[in-house]
Design a protein around this ligand. Structure first.
Ligand code: COA
Ligand code: AMP
Length: 631
């Protein structure tokens, strides 16, 4: 079957297509019900199936004779540490940590918040939750205490698992004070924190609440995986939406396992024994899907890399890891390669390493710009595959098929995320919900049902599933991205149509940034828009109107506002450009004209609003904003 025949089958007969693919999974109880509707009128996959995601990722491979194979490699240029874990060793550690959690009364359905740097203990904690049927919620280490507190309040974790510190380029970031502050701010109080003490900084533990990871592991016993229902949640992962409040995307166990195994085979072409490196962070969906679950469920070797693409120690770091561990496929964000390309434009570092094992490069997190695509292709001489996905889908919606029906990979096109992945019925719609002609840009929507593995619901806010994704076009999931199909059916994803921005592959809500700025007593109103950046893709730019009578100097005010973004959201927000202006352009109903602001910043022709007053505001702003884009 070629790609379009497979797609036809998956879309016309989703049940039989996915029933067949579900055979990839070693279920405890194989499902008979394939696709059904739940009480929230949302579809669910394999409802009567039973399994355990940790068993599939670990014990199953030991049973299959892969116990001595390396499951996980830890490579940490920031500390100089390297460590390898076989499937047997990792299973044992996870089974023990599950006991540690169990002793803290964590059982099926309980939430555990994990706030960890890129160390093996992050993977161990996640898999231990899955082993117990508990629901993990991993929070990326670059988020500040306030963001942690928001997630603690929403997920209401029984236990928090963390480490004493994270390590960034040339700086050690103590995590424990952030955890303590977050718990102080939060209304919900977890009963216990389990802290992995790193040698760079030892955290002080609070009596009767905090426990030392290693002390607990020393007395733990190995416990077995617990059977869960296919539809039981595996994890909650918070992501930015258009409002200030992050959304807790819930992933099920059964659909997720099918999607992970299916994608490792069909999108990434990986087999048991291969080495797959997703150079992301366990705090993001890419890390969940392809550092942990997909990679291990497929019996591959995965890599936890605690470093950066540059400066740890140089722009050859990724190539060094690929050569050292004979990586077969590398998955990273375009921003990482742009950073490498800036420091090593001729790709000189590539010549230092034997990359003969590397078959393909995969990119996601933001659109792969054609310049970076060509640079990578030319320097590596490898297939460069841009593929498009979201936290909500958990796996790729579009990619380049590895099999054109004759065993050859289909052609990639610069700027395109490839073709819709089997099972995703992608359509481009206009504002009235009509399909737009080929080549014309519109809103990218996916006709329901979504294939297995996509969001099960929004945690504690099921109505948000409808209002956020399903109500714009009944019968479709609204992706929030804009794009078009070309005449050969290749999909071009051109950027968000809402107020979400993508900063170095990190998804941020401008609304959330605005909430922090507005909370400053001197701020009358503000707007945050994404502007182009040559390395990070986009960075936020803040425009602030100050209340009358404020005596603080502009310079001090700007410094305070930047600091409040770092303190409330975290350093990854990278809000470095902030301007104090007199007025913001608005519609008659008071809505800020963000599109106009973006047009001015990008140096594009500005649509002049109908009122004279607004025209004056725009004239005033032009001198400040024109051509701030950093490309
Ligand atoms: N814990 C604590 N702080 C963190 C952090 C973490 N896990 N990750 C980032 N930060 C901090 C950084 O130290 C930096 O702080 P600073 O402003 O005090 O210097 C800030 O957040 C911004 O970091 P970052 O976004 O990493 O920018 P950078 O300029 O340090 O590095 C790149 C630029 C391109 C090298 C880097 O962004 C990168 O590697 N991006 C790839 C992202 C990625 O893989 N995303 C996954 C999508 S699939
Ligand atoms: P996240 O949920 O953090 O993975 O971010 C998802 C968003 O990132 C998508 O909605 C897109 O806007 C963007 N994105 C991810 N991958 C791609 C890609 N390959 N091409 C274009 N945009 C992408």
């Amino acid at each position: 079957m070629n790609h379009s025949e497979r797609q036809e089958l998956a879309i016309t007969s989703p049940e039989s297509y996915w029933q067949e693919q579900a055979k990839l999974v070693a279920w405890y109880k194989a499902p008979k019900t394939i696709l059904s509707t739940n009480s929230e009128s949302w579809h669910e996959w394999f409802a009567d199936g039973e399994l355990n995601s940790c068993y599939l990722a670990l014990d199953y491979h030991v049973e299959q004779g892969r116990g001595a194979q390396i499951a996980l490699i830890y490579d940490s240029p920031v500390t100089g540490n390297k460590q390898k874990f076989t499937y047997s060793e990792l299973t044992s550690l996870v089974a023990k940590f599950a006991d540690v959690l169990k002793k803290q009364q964590v059982t099926k359905g309980d939430r555990v918040l994990i706030y960890m740097p890129m160390i093996p203990q992050a993977a161990i904690a996640m898999l231990a939750c899955a082993r117990l049927g508990a629901i993990h919620s991993v929070v990326f280490g670059g988020f500040a205490a306030n963001e942690l507190a928001v997630r603690i309040n929403d997920a209401e974790p029984k236990v928090i698992v963390s480490a004493s510190c994270g390590i960034e380029i040339a700086k050690v970031i103590p995590y424990k004070p952030l955890i303590d502050e977050a718990i102080e701010i939060a209304v919900h109080k977890p009963s216990c924190c389990i802290i992995y003490q790193r040698e760079q900084i030892k955290a002080s533990l609070i009596k009767h609440r905090d426990l030392d990871w290693q002390e607990q592991m020393d007395v733990a016993v190995e416990i077995s995986p617990v059977a869960v229902k296919s539809t039981d949640p595996l994890y909650i992962l918070y992501t930015s939406g258009t409002t200030g409040k992050p959304k807790g995307v819930v992933r099920d166990n059964g659909g997720h396992a099918v999607a992970m195994l299916y994608s490792m085979k069909n999108i990434y072409g990986m087999q048991a024994g291969d080495t797959f490196w997703a150079a992301s962070d366990v705090g993001w969906v890419v890390g969940h899907s392809y550092i942990i679950y997909g990679c291990l469920m497929a019996g591959c070797t995965s890599i936890i890399y605690e470093g950066k693409p540059i400066k740890t120690p140089d722009a050859g770091a990724f190539w060094r890891v690929c050569a050292e561990y004979k990586v077969n496929a590398l998955f990273a964000a375009p921003t990482a390669f742009r950073a490498m390309g800036k420091e090593d434009p001729d790709g000189d570092f590539l010549k230092d390493y034997d990359l003969s094992s590397l078959k393909r490069l995969y990119l996601a997190g933001e659109r792969l710009d054609p310049t970076t695509y060509h640079w990578l292709k030319e320097k590596t001489q490898l297939p460069v595959i841009d593929h498009w996905w979201q936290t909500e889908t958990g796996w790729a919606i579009a990619s380049t098929p590895l099999d054109d029906g004759n065993g050859n990979m289909m052609t990639t096109k610069p700027g395109s995320a490839g073709l819709p992945v089997t099972g995703f019925n992608v359509q481009i719609l206009d504002v009235n919900g009509h399909q737009v002609p080929t080549g014309q840009q519109g809103n990218v929507a996916i006709k329901l049902p979504l294939p297995p593995g996509c969001l099960a619901t929004i945690y504690r806010d099921a109505p948000k599933l409808i209002s956020g994704y399903l109500s714009t076009y009944p019968g479709y999931y609204m992706t929030g991205d804009g794009g078009y199909f070309d005449e050969e059916g290749y999909l071009f994803i051109m950027g968000r149509t809402d107020d979400v921005i993508n900063v170095a592959g990190h998804r941020l809500s401008t609304g959330e940034l605005e909430e922090v700025l507005s909370a400053h007593p001197a701020v009358a109103e503000c707007a945050v828009v994404g502007i182009n950046d040559a390395i990070k893709g986009q960075i936020p730019l803040g425009l602030v109107v100050i209340k009358n009578g404020i005596t603080t100097s502009d310079e001090n005010l700007i410094a305070e506002l930047k600091q409040s973004i770092r303190a409330d959201i975290g350093p990854i927000a990278s809000l470095k450009d902030l301007y104090i202006i007199d007025r913001l352009p608005k519609t008659r109903s008071g809505k800020i004209l963000r599109k106009t602001l973006r047009q001015m910043i990008d140096g594009k022709k500005v649509e002049i609003p109908s009122t004279i007053e607004d025209s004056q505001v725009i004239a005033e702003l032009s001198s400040v904003l024109v051509n701030l884009s950093k490309v």
